[in-house]
Design a binder for this molecule. Structure first.
Ligand code: SAM
Length: 302
């Protein structure tokens, strides 16, 4: 059982922090198999599961470059502290003028440290690019953003990352999900967390039915075991693609609460689904797409 989930330095919409313990109970990566994570995002899942061999990939080149440079010790927690303290002071003095200066600089030179700065000071920690692949998220309007305690928090997150990824047989690749899935062999394991189909997405590549079908076809031809994260339903809608595209899979669900705006009353619930091409509950016969609850799974793991 995972006792504490460590958070990496990159913020991303749809981060799976809350769901890591459940994935840890359900995954079946063999000791000598490779963990493939083709939609890495922040990488919070694989980083906490810490498999022996892993390939993390994403089409966002900037997250990949940041993680690669941390792995190669070109960037470390000391460098990050110095950088954020300096740029944070400039932000406190010049406010949004400095944010947009860094944004322009990043869009020219793609420095991973600038990317980290933007990710932690932009509006809502969003990652969004325009059609020309320019980062276009506006300022979060907090000139004191990089106060001492916040810099220390980010530095600790970078330290966690460097301790995790150095000296490990882990690769970070910038590529399409299909290229990563094609690398997997029978005894490997694939965890997929694509942008959620049928919901608003902020990634520069939108995600539609064609992508979802391509993902299914690729996953079904590998022979590897997989878990796919998707949404199941909320109070208004149900994800129809679970039946139409993923009807062959086993499903486990978990309720997730999130806030829209600042008010407590705007607390909405969404049921998340984990779909698998194997029965995670070997001791019991679970019907395909039959639901197990989060509690059931954790109880069985005790
Ligand atoms: C929901 S996020 C993953 C979040 C991640 N599991 C976490 O917990 O941080 C989806 C990711 O898929 C990436 N992505 C979008 N389209 C992609 C594609 N065609 N191939 C590979 N990655 C893609 C996005 O850049 C984004 O990082």
């Amino acid at each position: 059982m995972i006792e504490k989930v460590h958070i990496p330095p990159i913020k991303i919409q749809g981060i799976k922090t809350k769901i890591v313990p459940l994935i840890a109970e359900l995954e079946r990566c063999e000791e000598e198999g490779t963990w493939y994570e083709p939609f890495m995002g922040s990488g919070v899942v694989g980083l906490n599961l810490a498999p022996k061999h892993a390939v993390f990939s994403d089409t966002n080149p900037y997250v990949i470059e940041l993680y690669k440079q941390i792995k190669e010790d070109k960037i470390n927690s000391y460098v990050v502290r110095e950088f954020l303290e300096y740029e944070g002071e400039q932000l406190a003095l010049k406010d949004e003028e400095h944010y947009y200066y860094i944004r322009d600089r990043f869009n020219e030179s793609h420095n991973p440290l600038d990317f980290l700065f933007l990710n932690r000071s932009c509006f809502n920690g969003m990652i969004r690019f325009n059609k020309n692949y320019k980062f276009n998220v506006p300022y979060g309007h907090k000139p004191q953003r990089f106060a001492k305690a916040y810099v220390t928090k980010i530095v600790n997150q970078v330290r966690f990352l460097e301790n995790k990824i150095r000296d490990k047989d882990w690769q970070f690749l910038c590529q399409e999900f299909s290229d990563t899935i094609d690398m997997a062999k029978d005894n490997d394991f694939i965890y997929c967390d694509p942008p959620y189909i049928g919901r608003h997405v902020d990634y520069y590549d939108s995600w539609d039915e064609e992508h979802e079908l391509k993902l299914r076809d690729r996953l079904y031809t590998t022979g590897a075991k997989f878990i796919l994260s998707t949404w199941d339903h909320n109070q208004y809608r149900k994800n129809e693609y679970i039946d139409s595209i993923w009807g062959e899979c086993y499903k486990v669900t978990k309720e997730h609460f999130y806030h829209v705006g600042a008010k407590e009353t705007n607390r909405n619930s969404m049921i998340e689904a984990l779909l698998m091409n194997y029965n995670p509950n070997e001791t019991e016969c679970v019907e395909k797409t039959g639901q197990l609850s989060f509690q059931d799974i954790l109880r069985k793991a005790e």
